[in-house]
Design a protein around this ligand. Structure first.
Ligand code: NAD
Length: 255
């Protein structure tokens, strides 16, 4: 057995024998769907300057800039489809193995792949909705885009007059309390955590795998490049997320 076969077999065994499997995903799981990750040079994310949450709140110009950026990104990403790694996670849920799926991604591809909304925790929000930052009412993002196109103004909430913002978490914006609480609880409960495609450089999201480790979980990392927490991983893959995940599910189904 070569090293790859040995590691996928070991990972499949850990997953099969787990009581509470938690997955933690980042931008790297979606690169094979054609969505560039955050740190690749020349990626779409570098085309724009960062508009902080404070700027969004205080300046109409910054709000319009933010909406323009989000609109362009949404247009670029809306045709992306789940890849084999997303589909494998959906299969792990159907097999009764995956109990919780914490993601930093905003692309909605886990739900599109078939993971149920009840187990998906979106730590950084979603680009598919807009939210009123006062009353937290939500709209499909396309509805707000078309108001912007028709009027050229950033819309206010028709119910409370609050500012409407894409439902993603901006730099400087507090983390969503409920999602963070659920993620912490899942990390505590997990006995195996499967980390896929994150540089683990964005805090506090990156604290989730650490927390699982310190609560006694065994970690499987699938990430092309180094992370600061590779020493915590029991099994480490540098291969592509879809290649590894497809193989793990094949082994589990053949048993
Ligand atoms: P990141 O860009 O910092 O790191 C991605 C990691 O994935 C890298 O270490 C890279 O080596 C690895 N990787 C890339 N393709 C891979 C593949 N096919 N197989 C295995 N590994 C692969 O991403 P992050 O840690 O998620 O942090 C970026 C932030 O930006 C997140 O907060 C996220 O919300 C946001 N973001 C989201 C998306 C999305 O929704 N798809 C895309 C870009 C950025």
């Amino acid at each position: 057995m070569d090293s790859f076969d040995r590691r996928v077999t070991e990972a499949a065994e850990l997953i099969r024998d787990s009581q509470y499997l938690c997955a933690f995903t980042g931008a790297g799981i979606s690169t094979e769907s054609g969505i560039p990750d955050f740190r690749s040079p020349g990626g779409i994310w570098n085309r724009y300057r960062i508009v902080t949450y404070q700027e969004f709140l205080s300046s109409r110009e910054a709000r319009m800039e933010y909406w323009r950026m989000k609109y362009e990104l949404f247009r670029d990403l809306k045709d992306a489809r789940p890849n084999k790694a997303h589909l494998a996670l959906a299969e792990l849920e159907r097999m009764g193995l995956l109990k919780s799926l914490i993601t930093q991604n905003i692309d909605g591809l886990h739900q599109e792949a078939g993971n149920s909304p009840e187990i998906v925790i979106e730590l950084h929000g979603t680009n598919r909705k807009a939210i009123c930052i006062s009353c937290e009412r939500t709209w499909p993002i396309e509805e707000i885009h078309s108001i912007l196109e028709d009027t050229g103004f950033d819309p206010k909430c028709e119910h409370c007059g609050g500012l409407i913002k894409p439902a993603t978490v901006s730099f400087g914006q507090p983390m969503p309390q409920e999602e963070m609480g659920r993620a912490i609880e899942a990390a505590h409960r997990s006995d195996v955590l499967l980390m896929i495609g994150s540089s683990l450089q964005v805090e506090p999201a990156a604290s989730i795998p650490r927390l699982a480790y310190h609560s006694g979980a065994r970690l499987i990392f699938i990430n092309r490049t180094e992370t600061p927490y590779d020493h915590m991983a029991k099994i480490l893959f540098r291969e592509s997320a879809s290649e590894v995940m497809e193989r793990i599910v094949e082994i589990l189904k053949s048993e």
